[in-house]
Design a protein around this ligand. Structure first.
Ligand SMILES: NC(=O)C1=CN([C@@H]2O[C@H](COP(=O)(O)OP(=O)(O)OC[C@H]3O[C@@H](n4cnc5c(N)ncnc54)[C@H](OP(=O)(O)O)[C@@H]3O)[C@@H](O)[C@H]2O)C=CC1
Ligand SMILES: O=C(CO)[C@H](O)[C@H](O)COP(=O)(O)O
Length: 484
């Protein structure tokens, strides 16, 4: 093994995220960064393009380990899944007890739990850290959501604080919890990201089809919205995307982009995990499904001549409609975040993590894709009441929903009448109405379950578990809860 040992931190995986994170690390006082990538060309390119970073390139894992001072710290930024396992398998061969391996990719949190357990047995520390902010965030300061042991956090904390985004004077990083907690929270962050993006897309579609405004005019509306309570990175970049003109055709870029949304999987994981935990993240789910629906060209083509509304639709007061859409967007956004935080609470309970909800909202204020002013209100809500059972019932959100809900209803009705799909707007409203309902038709569902499967039910007027003898004399008996 070569005897170099001069870098205090290393990065494995030098694609978009890894190369920018390595540059971010190198730009901080006192850091010397070792870099390694499976394909040599990426390493060479990065080192050649950024001599100012003073990178120490390594071309195999032995050299990478030898370049790092002990205890070694390496951040993996590779394709999540098999790529992560492949790199960990290599690193544990050349690292020693006390060293730290950080996985900064978008790993599935259950994989992180498994990896942390396996790597810990070698004496090496393993930390799964969610990192958000894309290329620009990785370079200038992302939001970082590390899990892992308290011991690892002592070493990693100062490094991660030094490279994280700063919001209102505070670094956007906190020790989220043990083992997979960081990747769990990053997963939910991405689920909320999906919902936020879908809601914005629905707002754009309704305004465009309802008022006939051009993408550039709608860009102006979004830029205006970005000065108020909707202020956020996603609203800001939406205005930029809508203003962009395609150089080749001279038409708005948004009109030449194929309308099939991709997905790498974190949104689907959020929904799958929520289903396992029994948490209704309906707004996030609709956002995931909306991408799936968009990416079914054969089905869409086959359905394109199905009948729509018989009357053509035109908004009579465009300004009032735009304002209604803004309010519907804000109300639906509150629902998406409330659902996301419900999932974090349920995950923390299930996996034994002590996750501070207010701290999570605080580290999402800068660096990440869902960064927004609005997150301050979430931190405040949990500071006022750490045991808040549903975020949307906090005083600030209660007031906001109170003043937006009539507009929200008008927008959902209008969308349905006009035949414009607004799955995230409408499912969020249904969730809101479901949650606030005195009584739900779930009572009837229980009756149906008892009828066909003797699944039993509880009563509102007395304790116990009951079953009606549906195929007998239809009298009611007290019984044990159904186990089938
Ligand atoms: N792109 C983004 O905006 C964000 C991405 N992330 C996450 O960060 C991670 C990195 O993302 P990104 O930079 O986009 O890169 P990619 O997800 O596109 O992954 C490419 C990198 O993974 C390496 N790799 C793949 N398989 C292996 C393997 N078996 N062994 C070793 N290396 C392997 C590639 O090496 P090679 O060059 O040899 O092919 C390359 O360096 C991912 O987990 C991603 O989900 C997180 C936040 C934002
Ligand atoms: O983690 C991220 C941002 O937070 C990545 O950008 C992620 O890839 C986005 O997800 P998708 O590609 O599924 O839209």
């Amino acid at each position: 093994m070569p005897e170099k040992s001069v870098a205090n931190i290393g990065v494995v995986g030098l694609a978009v995220m890894g190369s920018n994170l390595a540059r971010n690390l190198a730009s901080r006082e006192g850091n010397t960064v070792a870099v390694f990538n499976r394909s040599r060309s990426r390493t060479d390119e990065l080192v050649a393009e950024h001599p100012e970073a003073g990178f120490l390139p390594a071309y195999d894992y032995e050299e990478f380990a030898a370049t790092l001072s002990k205890p070694r710290t390496a951040i993996i930024m590779v394709q999540a899944g098999k790529g992560t396992d492949a790199v960990i398998d290599e690193l544990v061969q050349v690292f020693e007890p006390g060293d730290i391996i950080v996985d900064g990719g978008n790993a599935l949190f259950t994989d992180t739990i498994r990896r942390e357990k396996a790597v810990r047995e070698t004496g090496i520390n393993f930390v799964g850290a969610g990192i958000s902010g894309g290329e620009e965030g990785a370079l200038n300061g992302p939001s970082i959501m590390p899990g892992g042991s308290d011991e690892s956090w002592v070493t990693l904390g100062p490094i991660l604080r030094s490279i994280a985004a700063v919001a209102e004077g505070e670094p956007c990083v906190t020790h989220v919890g043990h083992d997979g907690a960081g990747h769990f929270v990053k997963m939910v962050h991405n689920g909320i990201e999906y919902a936020d993006m879908q809601l914005i897309a629905e707002a754009y579609d309704l305004i465009r089809r309802g008022t006939g405004k051009s993408p550039a005019e709608i860009a102006d509306i979004f830029a205006q919205w970005n000065k108020g309570e909707l202020e956020s990175y996603l609203i800001e970049i939406t205005a930029e995307v809508l203003r962009q003109v395609d150089a080749e055709t001279g038409t708005p870029l948004v009109d030449v982009i194929l309308d099939q949304a991709g997905a790498k999987g974190t949104g689907a994981w959020t929904v799958q995990t929520a289903l396992d935990l029994g948490i209704p993240v309906s707004g996030i789910a609709e956002a995931v499904f909306a991408r799936s629906l968009s990416s079914k060209p054969a089905q869409r083509a086959a359905a394109s001549d199905l009948p729509g509304p018989s009357e053509s639709w035109k908004v009579s007061d465009p300004d009032a409609f735009v304002e209604d859409v803004r309010k519907a967007l804000y109300a639906s956004k509150i629902v998406a975040y409330s659902q996301g935080f419900d999932e974090i609470v349920a995950g923390a309970q299930q996996y034994g993590w002590d996750i501070k909800k207010g701290d999570i909202a605080a580290i999402w204020r800068g660096g990440c894709i869902i960064r927004a002013q609005f997150l301050n209100r979430i931190t405040e809500a949990y500071a006022e009441d750490a045991g808040l059972v549903a975020l949307l019932t906090a005083p600030y959100f209660r007031e906001a929903l109170g003043r937006t809900q009539e507009a929200w209803r008008r927008v959902v009705v209008t969308a349905a009448q006009a035949g414009i799909p607004s799955p995230a707007f409408s499912s969020s409203l249904a969730y809101y109405d479901g949650l606030r309902a005195d009584r739900l038709p779930a009572a009837l569902v229980q009756g149906q379950r008892d009828f066909f499967g003797a699944h039993t039910y509880k009563r509102v007027d007395k304790d116990g578990v009951f079953h009606t003898l549906w195929s007998g004399d239809r009298s009611e008996i007290e019984t044990e809860p159904s186990t089938h």
